[in-house]
Design a protein around this ligand. Structure first.
Ligand code: TXA
Ligand code: MG
Length: 325
């Protein structure tokens, strides 16, 4: 069973850094979700990440860096848009897809000639990245397709038997993954909405295209329709759709953005935010989905949230969580 070490203890950082340099896999906190990290330049270590997650090798990993100064070692081109976005949002929940240098192994990028880079805004992640002195490839620390972990305990529950070390950095403040933005063409494309909003990106570089989830893009293999899914079936209501009333004896839950006194008859009413705040809702989303999944419910009705700001990332995760096989 994995050991959980306090990430604020410098000895824990040293232990984790030594393990990573030795080619081991270590789970660590970021501001978005917990990551399952490996030395990005060590193909054997990266292969373990895919194996532990049961992740298909066509889905490339994000490479985490301690600061933007090292980017030229891994990215072949850094244009004005990339420089401006790094300046404005790093450290933070924005991942930039840029042309890669050959030093990044093909396994990390699933054979693409691009690499996804990000500097996370979490003191434990940054301390670890500085101590390792190597880029860390890290997907979210969950089995492929399942809800991402936002606490060290979630990681232990999901992957505790498969890894040795989890750094604890408390609950993740952002709660949804980073925004993935590709800058490999003239048109900037948001491949995955996330912690930095589309509106914030557009304020820096102008209009961007948002890739559609219903038509997975050949160059954004991670935008699979079904993902982030609890086992309990979710039914996502359309915006403004009336909330149904469960039948007598039905064990159904409901997930609301904010409390609604009129909602009745549900076995469990879960609320993302007391006052409908999208930032708070994003931070709570995955923990609430996990809780709903642990109750043996027959299904969960999910209210839509407004599709602006962080609501876009929340709706992206909810839509994919609601896709059935
Ligand atoms: O917030 C996050 O981004 C978290 C933390 C741990 O940093 N990481 C994370 O990784 O969410 P993961 O592996 O669950 O998602 C990575 C996403 C996938 O959608 C993947 O397809 C995309 O990034 N991606 C990675 N490299 C890419 C590339 N070269 N081109 C296009 N998409 C890429
Ligand atoms: Mg993931």
């Amino acid at each position: 069973m994995a050991r959980i070490l306090d990430g604020t203890d410098p000895r824990a950082i040293d232990t984790a850094a030594a393990a990573l340099r030795a080619g081991e896999v270590v789970a660590f906190p970021t501001e978005t979700v917990y990551g399952l990290g490996a030395d990005a330049l060590n193909e054997r270590a990266v292969a373990q990440v895919f194996a532990i997650k049961n992740r298909p090798q066509f889905d490339p990993l994000i490479v985490h860096l301690p600061d933007k100064e090292v980017v030229p070692q891994y990215a072949a081109t850094i244009d004005g848009r990339a420089a401006a976005l790094m300046e404005r949002f790093w450290p933070g929940p924005l991942t930039l897809v840029l042309r890669k240098r050959p030093i990044i192994p093909d396994l990390v990028t699933a054979g693409l000639d691009t690499v996804a880079l990000r500097v996370p805004a979490h003191p434990v992640a940054l301390a670890l990245l500085r101590a390792v002195g190597r880029p860390i490839a890290a997907p979210s620390a969950n089995p492929f397709g399942y809800v991402s972990p936002t606490t060290a305990a979630h990681v232990r529950d999901l992957l505790g038997d498969a890894i040795r070390l989890i750094l604890d950095g408390g609950p993740c403040m952002v709660g949804v993954e980073s925004t993935v933005c590709a800058l490999t063409n003239e048109e900037a494309v948001v491949l995955r909405p996330g912690g930095v909003t589309v509106e914030e990106i557009e304020a820096v570089i102008g209009p961007v295209r948002i890739a559609s989830t219903s038509q997975p893009d050949a160059h954004s293999p991670g935008t699979l329709p079904r993902h982030y899914s609890p086992h309990v079936p979710l039914t996502l209501l359309a915006p403004g759709e009336d909330i149904p009333r469960p039948r007598q004896g039905e064990r159904v839950g409901i997930l609301l953005l904010k409390p609604r006194p009129e909602v009745e008859g549900y076995t469990l009413v879960a609320v993302l935010s007391r006052d409908g705040d999208l930032t708070e809702a994003a931070a709570n989303l995955f923990a609430v989905l996990r809780r709903l999944d642990s109750l043996g419910l027959e299904g969960v009705i999910v209210e839509s949230v407004p599709e602006r700001g962080l609501g876009r990332a929340i709706m992206d995760r909810l839509r994919r969580a609601a896709v059935r096989d």
